[in-house]
Design a protein around this ligand. Structure first.
Ligand SMILES: Nc1ncnc2c1ncn2[C@@H]1O[C@H](COP(=O)(O)OP(=O)(O)OP(=O)(O)O)[C@@H](O)[C@H]1O
Ligand SMILES: [Mg+2]
Length: 257
């Protein structure tokens, strides 16, 4: 049983111009994600959802100015990016990075070695990755291609879920894993996430704009994220309300307050 606890999190983003003042993005996020739970975060563009995921993963551009993030009581903010991954945190990014010159198979084995603390035995590893790729409908030829280079949007997302299945984190943050997926891929990728949940009893933080993925990956909680904070939390029915009415009720309250 693992618990990721976020308390009163405030985050600034550093601007590329080093002299420019950092911009305040997160303004007091409170969120607890435990093993076996699925939390969906929905909110307007630019409200800070990806910033939250980067802050949890330890992206150097995002500076925590207040509040805490702990994993089973351990201070995540004290950990390096590597240590966070080894502790069991995983982030599937909204825009996965391309790494020219590094093959997918090398990348995956290196990542698994880092997270597991020892290199997976080659024979087992080949079998393991092959099976995981077949399940996600990924062509074996992708193993030899450079990480994400020239991958279509949907292919990148499938590979993120492939990593999830192979790295078996305790808590997975999936930032718009559904964006750009065709209907069949959406179903396959959702099955991959559900399988991860079942096999690992993982906790999932799912950032999405669309309720359609929530038909496949059932959330236990839905949170509305507006202007750098969670402004409302409820059960899955909240997603349907958002689909119907949008965020107006929440955004007008945020600006009035
Ligand atoms: N490096 C940066 N420099 C300047 N502004 C930034 C930077 N990174 C993020 N921001 C700003 O922070 C705000 C929050 O961005 P973020 O990507 O977290 O939003 P989001 O909720 O994920 O949006 P979307 O739904 O479009 O993915 C945006 O206004 C964005 O422009
Ligand atoms: Mg985003």
């Amino acid at each position: 049983m693992t618990t990721l606890e976020i308390r009163d999190l405030h985050v600034n983003v550093k601007q590329s111009d080093a002299d420019a003042e950092p911009i305040s993005i997160l303004k007091g996020v409170d969120l607890t994600v435990a093993s076996g739970e699925t939390h969906a975060i929905m909110g307007p563009n630019g409200s800070g959802k990806s910033t939250l995921s980067y802050a949890i993963a330890g992206h150097p551009k995002y500076e925590v100015t207040q509040g805490s993030i702990t994993l089973d009581g351990e201070d995540v903010l004290e950990m390096s990016v590597d240590e966070r991954a080894r502790a069991g945190l995983f982030l599937a990014m909204q825009y996965p990075v391309e790494v020219p010159g590094v093959s997918m198979s090398n990348f995956l084995r290196t990542a698994a070695t880092a997270v597991r603390g020892e290199a997976p035995k080659l024979r087992h590893w080949v079998k393991e990755t092959k099976e995981a790729m077949t399940e996600l409908g990924i062509d074996p030829s992708f193993s030899e291609r450079s990480v994400n280079e020239g991958f279509s949007g949907g292919e990148k997302k499938r590979h993120e879920v492939l990593q999830l299945g192979l790295l078996k984190p305790k808590i997975a943050i999936l930032d718009e894993t559904d964006s750009g997926l065709d209907v069949d891929a959406l179903r396959i990728v959702s099955e991959g996430v559900n399988q991860y949940k079942e096999r690992e009893n993982g906790g999932v933080l799912l950032i999405t704009h669309y309720t359609r993925i929530l038909r496949y990956i059932k959330p236990d909680f839905v949170h509305v994220f507006v202007a750098g904070r969670i402004v409302e939390s409820a059960g899955p029915e909240l997603a349907d309300e958002l689909e119907e009415n949008g965020y107006v009720r929440f955004t007008s309250a945020a600006t009035a307050g």
